[in-house]
Design a protein around this ligand. Sequence first.
Ligand code: ADP
Ligand code: NI
Length: 218
Amino acid sequence: MITEGQLRAIQTYALRQLAQDHSGHGSDHLQRVNRLARRLAQAEGANLNLTLAAAWLHDVIDDKLMADPIKAHQDLANQLTSLHVTPADQAAIFDIIDHMSFSKSFNGVQKLSLEGQIVQDADRLDAIGAIGIARALYYSGHVGEKIYDPTIAPREQLTRDQYRNQPGTAINHFYEKLFKLADLMNTASAKTLAAHRTTVMHQFVDQFKAEWTADDEA
Ligand code: ADP
Ligand code: NI
């Protein structure tokens, strides 16, 4: 059982680890994922503190975000041990955060615990809807991508390396990833939220393209 005290210490640790992030994984992302994870855990009857612990920690060992993911993994294990998180709870946390990222699911489907499915749903929900639109534009600016270029086709059906070497645009990211996320939700509660958030994104992209060609409605 993860205690309230352990959970607060885990929150502080996660926020400290990602404090310097400017790619859209900072404390605001963690706070939103936690609010979503709490809502989903309550609706789905999951273990709340395990869900929230994994939600705080889900990005701290990410190989995109951490210079040395093996060290980040070891640091986290040491931290959890010093907080007297039991070996069983540590195993449950690592089982979630090691296996839930979108890129890792390219390598075959990993069966997650209910709590893991919820954290994955919460993370994916935070990539869609109005927040998802804002994050996609923010990320594209961060990495120097264009907002839109009608001559660049979405990078469908490519290997990971090909995918990495093609130019992207913010608008293409909706076709390449964001419009697909609703179908990947695990839990019923997340599916309902995702359907509404996906409608919002389609309205945005449709309006964006209409404005691009000055064909929008008066
Ligand atoms: P995760 O939170 O699953 O690790 P990513 O690191 O892939 O997600 O993305 C962080 C945020 O940036 C997400 O909101 C995602 O939609 C957005 N993003 C990622 N790649 C791109 C891209 N090529 N163009 C626009 N937005 C992107
Ligand atoms: Ni995340």
